[in-house]
Design a protein around this ligand. Structure first.
Ligand code: GLA
Length: 385
């Protein structure tokens, strides 16, 4: 991929690039929607993402080209004009980072030419947007010696998503892509930003992603609606408890106070968050002990909770989980924001072929299509390559 991105850069800009970078996608093992509710998450970076070749320019122009969206050609804007512009399309993720850095008084006085090519499965819900935001922040950080560490990078890019792009997301995706480590997941407390690396041993167990082929953009999904619902529930719970975030509630505290949530929909949302947060801690322990049987069970519980209580699954995702369990997976769940994207499946390494055979048969029968299955390894976060 490195050679390929250099060649693309040369053919688009007619000179050699200066540096090349890789920014990965991510999978969250467990911790669905807990991040913007002050809870914990357990994500890792995957060995697929966005490759970029870049060179600084002498002037203040920024030229952005994506080989995956080649029909859009080169998107151009100036450092003088960084406000959100609908016509700029995906290049808003680039101008958004530059805008936020400028607001934070970082001195960026030269533009750049950048070419990108991504190999994340389309519609997989593997956080291409956070990968792009972190990629640009890392590049600018390196060129202008801004000394922004991984934690701050995540905070800056989350602000861009929230304020500039308009998605009320939490910090998980940006955090893992800025700080990920090969062969490890991160156990992150999204409230304090304390984090710990947790080894993921994939020798005997494989992590498979199955793509639902249901593309959904967070901007268009019910993501912001869920965020609002939890804010409403928090307002009510704060009147009766001293919590700061919903995930501060223990299951016992939830039981003692749920009476105040008169809307049963809000009860379901909060019950998901409270139990999910407990599952994240249990999953961390299971991973530390390489207990994939326990982890698998937690994955299934998490999926059921996402489906029934947080109501963010879809018929296809539920089907994929069911088929995976019937095909011999130790555990399966939807990942990411929901309403589409992928499922994560744990499969014993020595049963991998049989699993793929069984699963593909069921899938073909149901959808008359070949399933899109990828096996990913936990990898490092964003880096120059
Ligand atoms: C998206 C968001 C994250 C997180 C997940 C759900 O990926 O960007 O912040 O909320 O959904 O767990």
């Amino acid at each position: 991929m490195k050679e390929q991105i250099i060649e693309i850069f040369k053919s688009v800009f007619h000179y050699d690039p200066d540096k090349t970078y890789f920014s990965p996608g991510r999978v969250n093992i467990i911790g669905g929607h807990t991040d913007y509710n002050g809870g914990s998450v357990l994500p890792f970076c995957i060995n697929a993402g966005i490759y970029a070749a870049v060179s600084l320019r002498e002037d203040n122009q920024v030229n952005v080209y994506s080989d995956n969206l080649s029909r859009k050609g080169i998107m151009t804007f100036s450092l003088e004009n960084l406000s959100y512009d609908k016509d700029r399309d995906f290049a808003n993720y680039v101008s958004g980072v530059l805008m936020e850095l400028t607001v934070r008084k970082f001195d960026i006085n030269r533009g750049f030419d950048i070419c990108m090519v991504g190999n994340l499965p389309r519609g997989g819900g593997l956080s291409s947007s956070a990968a792009l935001l972190i990629l640009i922040t890392k590049i600018v950080n390196d060129y202008f010696n801004l000394n922004i560490d991984g934690v701050r990078m995540a905070l800056i890019t989350k602000t861009v998503e929230n304020m500039y792009i308009g998605v009320s997301c939490g910090i998980m995706d940006q955090f893992i892509i800025a700080n990920g480590k090969k062969d490890h997941a991160i156990f992150l407390n999204a409230n304090t930003l304390d984090y710990r690396y947790v080894p993921v041993d994939t020798t005997n167990h494989k992590l498979l992603l199955v793509n639902s082929n249901q593309t959904r953009k967070l901007t268009e999904s019910k993501y912001n609606v869920r965020q609002q619902e939890t804010q409403d529930a928090l307002k009510i719970m704060r009147k009766h408890t001293d919590i700061k975030d919903l995930c501060d509630l223990s299951p016992e505290e939830y039981e003692a106070n749920k009476i105040y949530l008169t809307d049963s929909m809000l009860r379901r949302r909060v019950l998901h968050l409270v139990t999910e947060n407990v599952r994240v801690r249990a999953a961390k322990l299971a991973l530390e002990n390489s207990d994939f049987i326990a982890l698998g069970k937690l994955l299934v519980e998490a999926h059921n909770s996402a489906r029934d209580l947080y109501e963010i699954s879809s018929e296809v995702l539920d089907d994929l989980v069911e088929m995976a369990l019937a095909s011999g997976s130790l555990g399966s769940k939807m990942i990411g924001g929901g309403f589409g994207g992928s499922t994560l499946n744990i499969v014993k390494a020595d049963e991998l072929d049989q699993f793929i055979k069984n699963f593909s048969e069921s899938y073909r029968e149901k959808y008359q299509l070949e399933p899109v299955i990828n096996i990913f390894e936990p990898t490092d976060g964003v880096s120059e390559i």
